[in-house]
Design a protein around this ligand. Sequence first.
Ligand code: SF4
Ligand code: SF4
Length: 226
Amino acid sequence: MNLNSKIETLENIYKIYDDFAGTLDIACKRYCSLCCTVNVTMTTLEGRKIAKSIIPEEKKNLFDKIRCSSSMQRFRPRETINMLAELSMEEGFVPEENNAFPGQCPLLINHECAIYNERPFGCRCFVSKQNCSESGIATVDDFVLTVNNIFLQVLEHVDAGGFYGNLADVLLFLENTENRDNLLSSKMINPLSTLIKNHHLKILMIPPEHREKAQPILAALYKLKY
Ligand code: SF4
Ligand code: SF4
């Protein structure tokens, strides 16, 4: 699949998720930013869409902001979601802890996301039933967590051949034209120790009690081009 088809599939995946999120009773809204931290992760395909929107001259300073923030401690995953799905089948497997660091996302400016329409799935799927800024804690249904995992697994599958990592690491990597071109021609070699290779989807993580309810979402995702 060429890059344009992948981007089209990515946009359709976001649309299916936004339709699903539209059916939920959630407190999240634009300009609510307590959850906008340095710990967001994403795929290089998602990153390319964001990087392209930052490249025009008037937004280029965002790369400087990301660079300035890159000395901050942030969550850097060691496993992708599809790696976790496979590993979880092994006896005694213990998943890595998702260490949350307190810094603010470098793309948050005056409580507003500078790339809101292009924001990655890791931001779109933050859907809390109660307002965190009032309660101090996000509340998410178990079924929504299952759906989020399905989408994360599919997003990684679409970008098999690409990489996964922290938002700042992915965007700084894709600031480089050659890296973006290599992504376009699927010739990308492992760039940095901070990014990990995406894996194909082999097994979906859906608990038995959610399998029936998840069918309409799976049916919509299966219709897309991969
Ligand atoms: S997760 Fe919390 S802080 Fe983030 S948008 Fe939703 S309510 Fe606001
Ligand atoms: S990319 Fe945008 S929505 Fe996501 S954490 Fe950063 S500022 Fe918030």
